[in-house]
Design a protein around this ligand. Structure first.
Ligand code: FES
Length: 99
């Protein structure tokens, strides 16, 4: 399990939402309410959210809904990780072919 306190987050100078956990490809990720899935994954040092058709890892680039590189599957629906807030118990999976 990734602990957000040991990752890329900036200290404790910010007031954050309540801690939550969600699952990304079978890995439990800790995050805070109000964060996007893409932000929580990046803070947990997970930079790839899908594989391209050619099999190359892809991940969030713009964090504002433009590049479409952060597409993940949530309950079998394609969603943008940068535009979707984390929620406790959410199950998120890679999009694209399994490598
Ligand atoms: S990071 Fe570009 S659309 Fe999500």
């Amino acid at each position: 399990m990734f602990n957000p306190k040991d990752t890329l987050r900036i200290g404790d100078k910010f007031q954050r939402g309540n801690a939550v956990e969600f699952v990304f490809n079978g890995i439990t990720v800790e995050a805070y309410e109000g964060e996007s899935i893409a932000t929580a994954l990046l803070a947990a040092n997970i930079v790839s959210t899908k594989f391209s058709v050619g099999g190359y890892p892809r991940g969030p680039v713009c964090f504002m809904g433009s590049c479409q590189e952060c597409v993940v599957r949530i309950n079998a629906r394609k969603m943008l990780a940068c535009q979707t807030k984390v929620a406790h118990g959410l199950v998120v999976e890679f999009d694209g072919p399994k490598i």
